[in-house]
Design a protein around this ligand. Structure first.
Ligand code: NAP
Length: 335
């Protein structure tokens, strides 16, 4: 197969000031990457847009190298292997790797995870069957350990992480209450995903509605947002509650870290709060893939993707995500 000498990519043009805008990114061409020893050359098929990228750009994400203006934007991809300089991975295999906002990438084979090439499930490998799904699975089942009858509350409930948390909790026999930012999101979460209730925190009084929907209080809070929502939910914790701190998206676009919530209620509830970093739970990949694959195939778990066509749409889609206007997993289909 003959490969082009140049490829299309999207680079960081300048550091965003607050919420990113499209002009913070620039599309251009670059030479096709060449794989070195131990590397694979891949063609990226699906690019995942994730909130953590905002922290990578600002240098706050401690697990990734800071992006400088001019650098290709990083990002998880589902990619097809074109050439391999590592035994065990072959041309034609599909992998999830950090392929970035570009058509082709040369990446260390050890950082790529081989996935089943089943075309129906391929894009989900960076969504509900990928890192966001594993985040939900590990943060709920391993860290918070739900029991039948527990009341589980989850914020950003319609996103890939939140929607998986709620549906897994439902499968495990819990009462599930979502928190989301629009009427449409709340309706989907209840009517399609089977949550018991969903509170629109933008139009409803969260404190009052939590009292109404969680009469026995909250046994597990899975926090994807931090900020005021976290502060309010803490006031509703049941005795022995578990709080999984997964994400703080309300502060990703801020240059200063805001003051924290009052933690007094955590004492009263004798609650346990645990910070979640999904990379600590990669030992669960196989178990998670088996369970989640089964739930998705038999219709117990539903999901929603927002697909944008082409790298030219990547910046627009990422900015939408960081404004909180996405409704489902943001993906770019790379031509
Ligand atoms: P997501 O839910 O689609 O994230 C975007 C959503 O966050 C928005 O649609 C919006 O939903 C909500 N949001 C609330 N306040 C916001 C604000 N101020 N600005 C922008 N959005 C806001 O994405 P996800 O991939 O499922 O991730 C959910 C959370 O998990 C994120 O915080 C992410 O960083 C975190 N995460 C953590 C780990 C880990 O290892 N700890 C791994 C993966 C993801 P509403 O309209 O419903 O408010």
């Amino acid at each position: 197969m003959s490969l082009p000498e140049q490829q299309t990519r999207v680079a960081l043009a300048r550091y965003p000031d607050g919420v990113p805008v499209e002009d913070d990114f620039a599309m251009d061409t670059s030479p096709l990457p060449q794989p070195g020893d131990g590397q694979i050359l891949v063609r990226n098929r699906y690019l995942s847009l994730d909130p953590f990228l905002r922290g990578v750009i600002s240098g706050r994400q401690i697990y990734a190298q800071k992006v400088e203006p001019g650098d290709t934007m990083p990002g998880n991809t589902v990619s097809e292997v074109l050439e391999s300089k590592q035994p065990g991975i072959n041309a034609g295999d599909f992998v999830v790797c950090d392929g970035g906002w570009q058509q082709y990438a040369a990446v260390p084979a050890e950082t790529a995870r081989k996935v089943d090439p089943d075309a129906d499930l391929l894009s989900l490998r960076v969504g509900v069957l990928g890192m966001p799904g594993l985040t939900a699975y590990a943060g709920l089942l391993r860290l918070a350990q739900p029991a039948v009858g527990d009341t589980v509350v989850v914020s950003a409930a319609s996103g890939p992480v939140g929607s998986m948390v709620g549906q897994i909790a439902r499968i495990k026999g819990c009462r599930v209450v979502g928190i989301a930012g629009s009427e449409q999101k709340c309706r989907w979460v209840v009517e399609e995903l089977g949550f018991d209730a969903c509170i629109n925190y933008k139009t409803e009084d969260l404190d009052e509605k939590l009292g109404e929907h969680c009469p026995d209080k909250v046994n597990i809070y899975f926090d994807n947002v931090g900020g005021d929502t976290l502060a309010v939910v803490l006031r509703h914790l049941a005795l022995g509650a578990r709080v999984t701190l997964c994400g703080m998206i309300t502060q990703y676009n801020k240059s200063e870290t805001p003051p924290g919530p009052n933690l007094g209620p955590v004492i009263g509830a004798r609650a346990i709060m645990k910070g979640l970093v999904v990379y600590d739970h990669y030992d669960l990949w196989e178990q998670f893939s088996t369970d989640a694959g089964h739930w998705i195939r038999n219709g117990d778990i539903r999901h929603r993707e927002v697909r944008s066509d082409g790298l030219g749409k990547a910046a627009e889609a990422f900015c939408r995500l960081m404004r909180g206007e996405n409704f489902g997993k943001e993906l770019v289909v790379i031509e």
